[in-house]
Design a protein around this ligand. Structure first.
Ligand SMILES: [Fe+2]
Length: 295
């Protein structure tokens, strides 16, 4: 299924986005913490000592990483008190994605968010999508980088929080529309002429995010429209859709229709697709405990 803007809406979309781009205040800049983490993210030969030194300079990050390593899920024997041991337990890329979640959370001031935006629901949805996407990649394409697909899932909806911050009135009016129409926020955004996928893509460009992440932000509701990274985008699209099932009823969880060609591209039969829904319920408990630790 392709959701496309009509000609009028396309003009409106362009205007709204142009306004955001012109207004320097409307899109957050990268903090030095986030900028450093994004540099680590681009480094294929990430050095554990460099990451450790970086963490040791930030007591608040250190305490979050230690809390996570001591959480029940990782089941460490004895209390974890050193960053080195925490990295050993969590893994270097997991540490990086925890830091990234914390840094991005800090970029969006809760005071500026639209009234109908629910940060907890947003982040839990992002984490669950990331976990489902990584799990699917292990089964349906061994060539996909697992860290990369996790981050695509984690950041796919960053445009959502960008709209809620840069255009809070628009976010609230789209939310009100969704409550009445029962359509997804995305479908109603298109009607209103501004989508979180386009605004998120602008933010991804401003932050110089890696291309696969920028494409996930832009095409996760419409993976067939992309000319590259098609399998990764199909996975993120399906994972996003699955992770909205079973969540508490809220406008953020109204689903956009599934693009059936994404299932075909991955060779996902009906049975395998249903199985992913069952597995998602297992990940949900992990998401809840991760989120409680990071809050
Ligand atoms: Fe989305």
């Amino acid at each position: 299924m392709n959701i496309v803007a009509s000609e009028d809406n396309a003009d409106m979309l362009e205007n709204t986005i142009a306004t955001c781009v012109c207004n320097e205040e409307s899109l957050p800049l990268t903090s030095s913490l986030l900028a450093n983490l994004l540099e680590f993210l681009k480094d294929d030969n990430l050095n554990i000592l460099e990451l450790k030194d970086f963490l040791l300079m930030d007591p608040s990050l250190c305490s979050q990483i230690l809390k996570m390593a001591n959480s029940a899920f990782y089941g460490a024997r004895g209390e974890v008190t050193s960053i080195q041991r925490a990295i050993d337990i969590l893994g270097i890329r997991e540490v990086l994605s925890i830091c990234l979640t914390i840094a991005i959370k800090q970029q969006f001031s809760p005071q500026k968010l639209a009234k109908s935006f629910e940060p907890d629901l947003f982040w839990k949805h992002s984490l669950l999508t990331a976990m489902i996407a990584r799990d699917m990649a292990t089964k349906y394409d061994s060539l996909i980088c697992l860290d990369g697909i996790y981050l695509m899932g984690l950041l796919h909806d960053i445009g959502r929080i960008t709209v809620a911050t840069a255009l809070p009135d628009l976010f609230d009016s789209v939310a009100a529309m969704s409550a009445i129409t029962r359509l997804s926020l995305y479908e109603n955004e298109i009607q209103q002429g501004c989508s979180h996928t386009e605004l998120g893509f602008l933010l991804a460009c401003k932050w110089s995010l890696p291309v696969h992440i920028a494409l996930a932000i832009k095409y996760h509701h419409n993976p067939s429209a992309s000319n590259s990274h098609k399998k990764e985008l199909a996975i993120v699209h399906i994972a996003d859709n699955i992770s909205k099932t079973g969540e508490e009823a809220h406008i953020l969880t109204h689903k956009t229709p599934l693009d059936e060609s994404a299932l075909e591209l991955l060779g996902l039969t009906k049975e395998k697709h249903l199985k992913q829904y069952e597995l998602a319920e297992k990940f949900r408990a992990l998401v809840n405990s991760t989120w409680e630790t990071l809050k």
